[in-house]
Design a protein around this ligand. Structure first.
Ligand SMILES: [Zn+2]
Length: 380
């Protein structure tokens, strides 16, 4: 979801039919009371999402408490929450300081306090929404049995951003409570972000190499097509508009950009050529170009969605999931599916043949290397 900061890794886990293990939604406001630590767990197959709401509920107490002592106690409790501690840790890792004083001043500012009723309504709506369904939708686009263990933190905080943090070791989705986002949009965001976490869980990281070829660099960046995967998974199927739940302006923007997806493919092809021919070669310049294709929901999203959706429609979801850890195989599978569809009258854009040839060689060489390593028995 564009509202979220998404990360770039490809991989996945399809879970079996979901069982649900949810606690009831939180009680409504507790303006003068204490807030107890709470975490519920949503499970679908091997995907497990623990949901934390203590920071958000405690923030509401700080905002609305009349008794100064109750407010001070709530503030002390808020600072002790796992969510606040990890948010602070994350900000530090980005070389940004998160001052307790600034946070408290924001929380108790008149303009913030005025928003408390709306924030509380939104928190309650989100907590009562179908989070388990979002976990299931995400897991349905992952290899069966991929284990996911993630946390969802509802946050009331000064910066209204939502993001995924620490995907490798202790993945967490920080969701900023936002009264302009309804339950369906929230569920879509959770499914989207969980899919990114699932890819990281399903696909082993490539071994570090001291001699990275331009193609290695490119393949690395192609994992950004995971944005398209996540949109398809969050929508729940290839026939559902991935912005069905959005407001009309967002949906119109997506529909317009997606109608011009061939332009996005041309932009990416130009970038890929520039990397392969070393016209763009330094890591900084490669990164700058690659990042420009994110945009609000730029070509990494539109072209990634086109490829994943097309492969599913023409070759099936199992085929799609079989290439989840290999962006070159996704691209090649798309090319095959699109050519077949075009022969039957469709008009899908195609990747340039010289790029396709290079990717086929890359996939074949990678398979040979893997098989040689297996024969040699030095690495499994
Ligand atoms: Zn994303």
């Amino acid at each position: 979801m564009y509202r979220l900061l998404c990360f770039l890794t490809l991989g996945l886990a399809l879970a079996q039919s979901g069982c649900r293990n949810s606690s009831p939604p939180p009680s409504r406001g507790t303006p003068s009371g204490s807030v107890t630590e709470s975490a519920t767990t949503e499970v679908a197959g091997n995907a497990r999402l623990r949901v934390f709401s203590t920071e958000a509920k405690t923030a509401l107490v700080v905002m609305t408490a009349i008794d100064p002592r109750a407010r001070a106690e709530a503030w002390a409790a808020l600072k002790a929450t796992e969510e606040y501690r990890r948010l602070s840790e994350r900000e530090t890792s980005f070389h940004r300081s998160m001052s307790d004083t600034t946070f408290y001043q924001w929380l108790t500012a008149d303009s913030t306090i005025a928003r408390a009723p709306a924030l509380e309504r939104t928190l309650n709506t989100w907590m009562a929404s179908d989070i388990a369904g979002a976990v299931e939708r995400s897991a349905a686009y992952l290899p069966r049995g991929t284990p996911i263990s993630a946390k969802l933190y509802f946050m009331i905080k000064p910066h209204p951003n939502t993001f995924v943090y620490d995907t490798e070791h202790n993945p967490a989705i920080f969701v900023s409570v936002d009264s302009t986002v309804d339950a369906a949009q929230f569920e879509n965001e959770i499914a989207h972000e969980l899919h990114h976490i699932g890819i990281a869980a399903a696909c082993p990281a490539a071994p570090a190499s001291s001699s990275q070829t331009p193609m290695d660099t490119l393949v690395n960046w192609m994992s950004a097509f995971g944005e398209g995967w996540a949109m398809l998974a969050a929508a729940g199927g290839p026939k559902v508009n991935p912005h069905w739940e959005s407001d009309s302006a967002d949906r119109a923007r997506w529909d317009h950009d997606y109608a011009h997806v061939s332009d996005g493919m041309k932009q990416l092809s130009g970038f890929f050529d520039s990397v392969l021919t070393r016209r763009i070669s330094t890591p900084d310049s490669v990164q700058a170009h690659a990042m420009s294709f994110f945009g609000i929901q730029g070509p990494w999203y539109t072209v990634g969605y086109l490829m994943a959706q097309t492969v599913e429609v023409h070759a099936g979801r199992d085929k799609l999931i079989s290439v989840i850890c290999s962006p070159p195989k996704l691209l090649l599978s798309y090319q095959d599916a699109a050519q077949k569809a075009n022969r039957a009258g469709a008009n899908l854009p195609l990747w340039p043949e010289h790029l396709v040839s290079q990717l086929r060689r890359y996939v074949q060489d990678s398979a040979k290397t893997t098989s040689a390593i297996r024969r040699d028995g030095t690495r499994r």
